[in-house]
Design a binder for this molecule. Structure first.
Ligand SMILES: Nc1ncnc2c1ncn2[C@@H]1O[C@H](COP(=O)(O)OP(=O)(O)OP(=O)(O)O)[C@@H](O)[C@H]1O
Length: 219
């Protein structure tokens, strides 16, 4: 279980998150929605310990700072020159013989990464980098997985494939937190949603009206 308690975050004078309280049970999947700049990524960064909140705390399975339980897919990051997908995957695994690990090989095939495994990351397309970033979120078989606009930039076939992949992880009782601007992704993966800033909580029944809700958000 993840417990987000009274989290606020200020960047200078900019109050981005104000007193957020959220509980995400094991096996539950939550969509974090909100307009651009409402603080979704900031909340994820606090969740994984990348930045410190101004007030409040995060407990994972009742403990503070157990961030290794969480796998995260970030929106595109900058990599130094000469770094390949193979190197990054082995760094995340903290071992080098990645191609001999059947589980990792399976993931490399699901995310269709083998064709560019040895290519400099800076020479990959946006969608290829996105696939690699998403693979890294599950590389160590975490119980909690955070996806930050996971399908953005992917072709339609890959979007559906990865949504199905994460649906299968959900069935294995993994907890998934999804940031998305895509109603289909949210409807397929999430049991409940929370909209940041407006502090509105929705039940799974109300998810059926998600497109309407998202329209209202944009206005
Ligand atoms: N390191 C930082 N320093 C200063 N301001 C920041 C920092 N990180 C984020 N912000 C600000 O915090 C606000 C929330 O940003 P965040 O990236 O969390 O929003 P978001 O909801 O994920 O947006 P989007 O939907 O556009 O991805 C923005 O106004 C942003 O400029």
């Amino acid at each position: 279980m993840i417990e987000i308690k009274n989290i606020s975050k200020k960047f200078g004078k900019n109050l981005v998150l104000s007193n957020i309280n959220l509980t995400i049970k094991k096996g539950e999947s939550l969509a974090l929605l909100g307009s651009n700049g409402s603080g979704k990524t900031t909340l994820l960064e606090i969740l994984i310990g990348q930045i410190k909140p101004t007030t409040g705390s995060v407990l994972i399975e009742g403990k503070k700072e157990t961030f290794k339980e969480i796998g995260i897919q970030f929106q595109e990051g900058a990599w130094p020159k000469g770094v390949t997908s193979k190197l990054i995957i082995s760094y995340f695994l903290k071992k080098t013989k990645i191609l001999k690990d059947p589980e990792v090989n399976k993931l490399i095939d699901i995310f269709e990464i083998r064709e560019f495994l040895k290519k400099d990351l800076n020479n990959l397309s946006g969608g290829q980098k996105q696939r690699l970033n998403t693979l890294l979120s599950v590389i160590n078989n975490p119980n909690y997985i955070c996806l930050d606009e996971m399908i953005t930039g992917l072709d339609l076939k890959m979007q559906l494939k990865l949504i199905d992949f994460f649906k299968s992880l959900k069935k294995q009782n993994k907890t998934i937190i999804v940031i998305s601007h895509n109603p289909e992704e949210v409807e397929k993966l999430c049991d409940k949603i929370v909209i940041l800033k407006k502090e509105i909580f929705f039940t799974s029944q109300q998810l059926k009206q998600l497109s309407k809700i998202l329209d209202q958000l944009e206005t």
